[in-house]
Design a protein. Structure first.
Length: 426
């Protein structure tokens, strides 16, 4: 007998379209998809989706969980609950912790804590260089064996090109994926905004979007030299798109991502020095935002992530220049993405390719699909349900969201991991 049967659902297939039908789950995996008048199988539990959307759970690359070192900002327990409430069934976590995840022992601690506390899947990344200091590469082979799914120094750009080349070459020999942060580090150091009239009027230290273009150009050249598997974590500027397109056209093993904040907000949202809008890279001009959204729709940019970065009140309640960068987004990723859908900028299957299917493909996972045999990691949601975001209701320990008080559409109704309900809206 089927364990779980979803009926009367709008099945959102990232590899196809949206069709009304039913979906069956057996032993934690999708066992049948029925979109015609075929008889439905018997099931232990039947869920009437009431014509709401049923889609693969989101796979979020670049989530910061502050264990070890800063559990007061975010723990695996709180991040896992936030992910479940946001329809994120797999968190791919960053190694920019204190200390950095740069050795097998620390990585094993993280994996153990995640299994104990998080109700969703957790896949950890490890640092590319020791201490994320860019001087000596980590033991990539041992970290792979311990469970690392990719390697990155996050927003610490490896400035020594010889060290970076060695790390890429070694990673290539092991088939490991390397994530880079495309920025020219000298130009972007200390920047709090994107250069332009608005930043000048506000008196904020700013950086040109060309710093991103320059950083990406360097990384592409290194990939061409080493043949490594490379993913640019955040492409946020229109000027970075032409070299990305050329690199893909040349057959390099390159993918690119962007954050939901850079897709739905722009530089003017900083307004009166609102530090919840201070992120890294800084928010761009509207022309850049539109160009990045178009690049997602065409597939030039492969992945959308939350870049979930918890910061406590003391880190944010400071003058804009001194405030910490980052915003929480596990719970707002899906409703913020619905802004793009409702504005007719990106359709639902394309959004789910970027938020679920493409991350799964890049990491070699069999998730992110509505196909028989795929894991039953699913989200049931209503893309039209309106609400006002109240950060006091967030599951994260830190509540530094730029969407506080915003009118949004798109509610997660229920989240499933391996066919088990891990969240249900009251």
């Amino acid at each position: 007998m089927t364990d779980l049967l979803f009926t009367n659902a709008k099945l959102l297939d990232p590899e196809g379209t949206v069709n009304t039908g039913a979906l069956a789950v057996t032993d934690g995996r999708i066992s049948a998809i029925i979109t015609d008048d075929s008889p439905l199988p018997e099931a232990g539990t039947v869920i009437d989706c009431n014509r709401k959307h049923l889609a693969p759970g989101l796979i979020d690359i670049g989530v910061k969980v502050c264990e070890p070192g800063e559990r007061h900002k975010e723990s695996f327990g709180s991040a896992g609950q936030a992910a479940a409430a946001g329809g994120v069934t797999t968190m791919v976590t960053r190694p920019d912790t204190d200390p950095a995840i740069d050795n097998p022992e620390t990585l094993e601690f993280v994996i153990r804590r995640a299994r104990e506390a998080a109700p969703v899947n957790v896949l950890p990344m490890a640092a590319l260089t020791k201490g994320r200091q860019g001087r000596e590469m980590t033991e990539i082979g041992f970290l792979l064996d311990a469970g690392a799914v990719a390697f990155t120094d996050c927003d610490h750009v490896v400035t020594d090109s010889k060290v970076f080349a060695r790390a890429l070459t070694y990673a290539r020999s092991l088939g490991a994926l390397v994530l880079g942060h495309p920025q020219e580090p000298i130009l972007s150091a200390g920047a709090a905004a994107t250069s332009g009239k608005f930043a000048s009027l506000r008196g904020l230290p700013a950086v040109s979007p060309m710093a991103e273009r320059m950083g990406l150009d360097r990384d592409i050249a290194m990939v061409e030299m080493t043949g490594a598997r490379y993913h640019a974590d955040q492409i946020t500027a229109a000027r970075a798109l032409p070299p990305l397109e050329r690199a893909k056209g040349n057959g390099f093993d390159i993918t690119a991502g962007t954050s939901i904040h850079h897709l739905t907000l722009n530089a003017l949202d900083v307004a009166d020095y609102r530090t919840f809008f201070k992120i890294k890279p800084p928010l761009r001009d509207e022309e850049d935002r539109v160009a990045i959204a178009e690049a997602v729709q065409t597939g030039l940019i492969d992945i959308i992530s939350s870049m979930h970065t918890p910061q406590d009140e003391e880190s944010k309640r400071l003058p804009f220049e001194a405030a910490a960068s980052g915003a929480v987004a596990l719970e707002t990723l899906l409703p913020a993405a619905m802004r793009l859908f409702h504005a007719d900028q990106i359709d639902l299957p394309t959004l789910w390719r970027a938020m679920s299917l493409n991350p799964a493909k890049r990491l070699g996972l069999d998730a992110g699909r509505l196909t028989v045999g795929a894991p039953a990691d699913l989200v049931l949601f209503d893309p039209h349900a309106p609400f006002v975001m109240d950060r006091a209701t967030l599951q994260s320990k830190s509540r530094n969201t730029p969407f506080d008080g915003a009118r949004m559409q798109g509610k997660v109704l229920q989240t499933f991991v391996a066919g088990h309900s891990v969240y249900k809206r009251d």
